[in-house]
Design a protein around this ligand. Sequence first.
Ligand SMILES: [Zn+2]
Length: 522
Amino acid sequence: MLWADRIASEIREKHKPRNGESFIIRDEKTLSGRVHVGSMRGVAIHGLLSEVLNEYGVANEFRFELNDFDPFDSIPGYLDAEKFREHLGKPLYAVPSPQPGFKNYAEYFGDEFVGVHKRAGFVPNYYRATELYQSGKMDPYIKIALERAGDLRRILKEISGSTKEASWLPISVICEKCGKIMTTRAYDYDGETVGYACDKNPDEIKSCGHTARVAPWKGTAKLFWKVDWAAKWIVQGVDVEGGGKDHSTKGGSRDVANHICRELFGQEPPFDVPYEFFLVGGKKMSSSKGRGSSAKDMCDLFPPQIFRLALIGKDIREQIDVDPAGESVPRLYDWYDELALGVREGKTDDYSRLFALCALPKDRTALTAPWNVRFREVAFIVQMPHLSLTEEAAKAKGSALTKDEETALSERSQYAKFWLSTYAPEEFKYQLQEKMPEVQLSDIQKKALEVLGDFLEMGERNGEDLHLRLHELKTEIPIQPKELFQAIYHIFLNRDSGPKAGWFLAGLPRDFVVKRISEAVR
Ligand SMILES: [Zn+2]
């Protein structure tokens, strides 16, 4: 059974919604910059569970928090550090947007991330962290956390081994003078107000020295994140919330938040769905440093159904690894084609289920799985100016393409061109050499080419004919296969490797091939 069905069935069979009506599924992301594609795994897992529960007729709501209240703690490399330095330490909603047209920094990066959700077909209900705080909804839990700061210190010590001073309080106050939240230290809660001093300088973020008392309600202060996390579960009545496996270890943040939820707020934490990482080129999230590692960059590489396959195709216990600059891009398309083939053959299994879940929910009822040319072949053909993609596709299929197939092929060619112009590695880039490149061929290579040239001169040859002839030459000349193929790639593409040689040669104009071979053996 596919992971989404396995988990959704477990939720349906073993759990009841807290509000008695509808399961609340929640996820969140702090908008500290361009969002890494790793964060899309959470969106996809929660989003797909919501879709599958809907399919089962189980009422649920997927809520996504755009966290705009966490502190701005570092300046991403793609922003002007001089311009943003003065804002370090402020809550994200108080930092200006890098571009005009957005209310603040968090809204700017949130907008791009939400755009990716939409393209992938996930449509949660959004809210902001500031809405929860400024409306006063968090206040009862801030009160409990302040009153029971001693218990919190003990939980932190017991579960995660961290020690806090006796005066420690579980909130960060926004300094009324400088507006920073990272530089303040709160102490002495008197039931209505807390004392605070703006005197911490984390990571060289400058404090202003202000001290005062403030009523920590309605968004003037924020709970520390593990308490904040547990309080949000209660405020929102969250039933299901997963998290990356880095949070899910014993003594990790989820473990601490679970204890806080039970002990301080007297409720069971939500059903957990711990999941593995989404790596980019074998590397973990490094907050979008690498090219192509942001959610937006990765989403742009694929049509929605294949982006969804990347996100949901593997079990949540397995790592995902996609390298925009590697073989994993064509491999994802191959995987999708394999699923489509199964569907066309009428199979009903986990693979056909996965294929259906890759489609957007609205397209799932009238599901089609059109035949398509392999991505790597499309990527080759679009680079050969003399070849028509539809003609080559019809040849490969053995009959004319249907309307659906033409649409799918045309979409694939657009993505292949985009990939070739952005991330594709050199071995996928081919340029047919207009003129004979500078190459050194051995006598054996020349001999083999000469025989091949004669074979072509005798009449029209298709890919299969040429393929068989090339195989015969290996023993006939004799020549090592590597030497033979390299000679062909060298004289036509000026490189060591290339597509399947027989079909490649058959796709080129015969006169051109004959002429090039005669030049090469001269
Ligand atoms: Zn200050």
